[in-house]
Design a protein around this ligand. Structure first.
Ligand SMILES: Nc1ncnc2c1ncn2[C@@H]1O[C@H](COP(=O)(O)OP(=O)(O)OP(=O)(O)O)[C@@H](O)[C@H]1O
Length: 701
């Protein structure tokens, strides 16, 4: 690392030296700035290092000693000594000149060979050499530095010395040098005594004193030198310490900056926290206010809660009483419902197990040109049919028919279903219900049973009524499951209307049951949970049903369609199960063979309808053998026609004159069925025992 100490700019770096100038050199130079080596040249600070200065100073000192202290053993005579002095002075000057020349300084003036002895008064203190140079050479005098800080020379012996000889310049120079030393030591007031040249003893003593003084000075200089030599080491140590201190300072500065930054950050944080604290205090005040409000509200609510608890306890006690009353009411309701069912069944029985409703359809817009018979509705149960043909009228006589209900052409679907609904209720009570529509093709059977999308018939309305009633029955503790099958009898073959698979289907007797209980094998049975599901199944069955165009109907149903809904109810509390069924039959339309296009189809339809008539007539005549098995239709409807069932038959007739014969035929058949008496229907009621289920099919009144 570079030192930060200021470098001297105005000082001239010395000529190449032994080692580069260090700051210690400057210190040494500054220390030596006041040093003067025995009246010789003062060492210039910061220009020379100690390695260069000290040897030169010692060299000069040695020269001075040599000049001032000639070896007394070698010069024995005055002329020789003078000559020696002369030569030494000359040597000194010559050496000075060489030094000056080496240092690039102006040269000294040449010393004249002889110097007039009286030119310089002996008492003057001016350097005779310099004065002689000034006078003779006329050049600028070269001043020799005077000793300012050198040790005082010994004056004890010099004061006893004789006055110096003034004959030569060398003597004068010696005298001056001595005087200069004396002046430096004791002041200019006491002039040193000159030692006679012949007084060798005195001179010897003088020289000894000088030698002693110089030795002391030399030792002192050596000590100083020792001290000075230790200075670079101290300086290096100091410099190392300085560098270390600078490094430490730099680290400290870095740490300081870091700390300042941290202090700044912490200060900012403190400000933020202080700000947040202020906001929090405000929020705290608000919360305290809110707390007070809530506290007061809590006290109010606590009072309210206590009041409500007391009120709740009262209500619980009241509720328990009401619950007990409710249970009693439920039990009464359950019993009442049983009574209602029995009474309902009595009404149904009074109306007849086989009931016949006659419906005359209106002419369509497309049939406006067709002639219509004369229909006379005597009352709601009696209708008279008159032909427009007088011959036929006279031949057939009066055609008056009685039924349970007659619906004229203006009767709508709602009126029809109002009369059907009590039967549906009986199905939920555990009875078997059979509703079928019989009539000529195009007379309105499908319209009555299925209806049209904007005016639905008996079957869709039955579905809605069933699910509404099931919801009401749920309040009484009954849970119902509905299972649905859709069957078609076409050309005396059974088809599953919910499946397109070709499969063998047979009408079979149910085992371990009433002899009239039957079932169809391999038929698809769907468990229905909501009315929409049932409607979707009905749509699918309708699409799968065989239809074709006939003379009387563009989309004639060419098969008998049987929709069976099995209603299984369970009362968990009473451990009671109720199973009822509804058979909804849309028969194929009877058709005259004369007008039929598909004879086989027509024959099968007419044969099955004829067998249906035979069965009903056999029942009417109370024959021992009822020919149920003569056709698939009668076999399938056996439970409904002859056994444990409540049956409703719609006789649909067309109002037109050209249908007169078929209408009369249908009405006669229906009238005969209406007069048919069958055994009373039994309610399918099961009570579950602990070990097994026993059937209590009770015979109703
Ligand atoms: N009461 C009625 N009111 C209005 N239109 C009716 C009525 N009854 C039947 N129709 C219409 O008369 C036409 C024939 O009716 P529908 O198809 O129900 O006869 P169908 O007896 O079922 O015939 P098929 O035995 O050939 O199937 C249909 O267009 C039907 O919409």
């Amino acid at each position: 690392m570079e030192s930060r100490l200021p470098k001297p700019t105005g000082l001239k770096r010395p000529t190449p030296s032994i080692k580069p100038i260090l700051p210690t050199d400057r210190i040494k130079a500054a220390t030596n700035a006041n040093l003067t080596y025995n009246g010789s040249t003062t060492i210039q600070p910061l220009t020379r290092d100690l390695q260069n200065i000290i040897p030169q100073a010692l060299k000069r000192q040695g020269q001075g000693v040599r000049a001032a202290s000639p070896d007394p053993m070698k010069s024995m005579s005055a002329p020789n000594r003078a000559k020696l002095r002369r030569s030494r002075s000359a040597c000194d000057i010559s050496e000075m000149r060489q030094n000056l020349k080496r240092n690039g300084m102006p040269n000294l003036a040449t010393i004249p060979t002889k110097c007039p002895r009286r030119a310089v008064p002996p008492t003057t203190t001016t350097n005779p050499t310099t004065a002689a140079r000034t006078v003779r050479a006329g050049s600028a005098p070269v001043k020799r530095p005077t000793a300012g800080s050198g040790p005082p020379p010994a004056s004890v012996s010099t004061s006893q010395r004789p006055l110096p000889r003034t004959g030569t310049a060398a003597a004068t120079a010696t005298t001056n040098k001595t005087k200069s030393s004396a002046s430096a030591a004791g002041g200019a007031a006491t002039a040193p005594k000159r030692i006679a040249p012949y007084d060798f003893k005195a001179r010897f003593h003088d020289l000894l004193e000088k030698h002693k003084a110089l030795k002391t000075k030399y030792e002192k200089q050596v000590d100083d030198m020792g001290e000075l030599e230790s200075l670079p080491i101290q300086l290096e140590e100091t410099q190392a310490k300085l560098i270390e201190t600078e490094s430490t300072l730099k680290h400290a500065q870095t740490d300081n900056e870091c700390l300042q930054r941290q202090v700044k950050q912490q200060t900012e944080k403190i400000e933020m926290i202080t700000s947040a604290l202020g906001e929090t205090r405000l929020e705290l005040q608000d919360l305290k206010v809110t707390h007070q409000d809530i506290k007061s509200e809590h006290e109010f609510l606590s009072t309210e809660v206590q009041h409500l608890r007391r009120r709740n306890e009262e209500l619980i006690r009241s509720n328990e009483q009401l619950q007990a009353e409710l249970n009693t009411c439920r039990e009464q309701l359950f019993q009442s419902n049983i009574e209602r069912k029995e009474l309902h069944n009595v009404v149904m029985d009074l109306r007849g197990n086989i009931r016949v409703f006659c419906r005359v359809r209106p002419p369509l817009e497309s049939e406006a040109g067709r002639l219509m018979c004369n229909w006379i509705y005597h009352d709601e149960a009696t209708v008279e049919l008159q032909s427009l043909d007088a011959q036929a009228k006279s031949k057939m006589g009066q055609q008056i028919f009685n039924f349970d209900q007659v619906f004229h052409p203006n009767s709508n679907q709602i009126h029809i279903f109002e009369m059907v609904a009590p039967l549906i209720q009986s199905a939920l009570d555990g009875y078997n219900i059979c509703i079928f529509a019989y009539g000529q093709t195009g007379s309105g059977k499908t319209y009555t049973m299925d209806g049209v999308p904007d005016n639905v018939g008996v079957i869709p309305r039955t579905v809605d009524l069933l699910f509404d009633s099931i919801r009401n029955y749920r309040n009484l503790g009954w849970e119902y499951v509905i299972k649905a099958t859709f069957l078609e009898i076409y050309n005396e073959v059974l088809y599953d209307l919910l499946s397109n698979d070709q499969k063998e289907m047979e009408i079979r007797m149910a085992k371990n049951c009433n002899k009239n209980e039957i079932y169809v094998s391999n038929i698809t049975e769907e468990t229905v949970t909501d009315p929409n599901h049932l409607r979707q199944l009905m749509e699918l069955a309708k699409m799968n049903r065989a239809t074709a165009s006939t003379v009387g109907n563009e989309r004639s149903s060419r098969s008998h369609a049987v929709t069976k809904l099995e209603l299984i109810g369970h009362h968990a509390e009473k451990q009671e199960t109720s199973i009822g069924s509804i058979n909804l039959v849309d028969l194929a339309g009877s058709e005259s063979p004369k007008t039929s296009i598909r004879m086989t189809e027509t024959k099968n339809i007419n044969r099955s309808l004829s067998e249906l008539t035979n069965v009903i007539l056999a029942l009417l005549q109370k024959q021992d053998h009822i020919p149920y098995r003569n056709s698939k239709l009668t076999h399938l409807l056996m439970p409904a026609l002859g056994g444990n069932s409540k049956t409703l038959m719609f006789i649909n007739v067309s109002p037109f004159q050209d249908c007169f014969q078929e209408s009369v035929k249908s009405l006669r058949f229906a009238a005969s069925v209406n007069s048919c008496k069958v055994a009373k229907a039994k309610r399918n009621r099961f009570v579950n025992n602990s070990n097994n289920s026993s059937i209590n099919s009770s015979s109703e009144k």
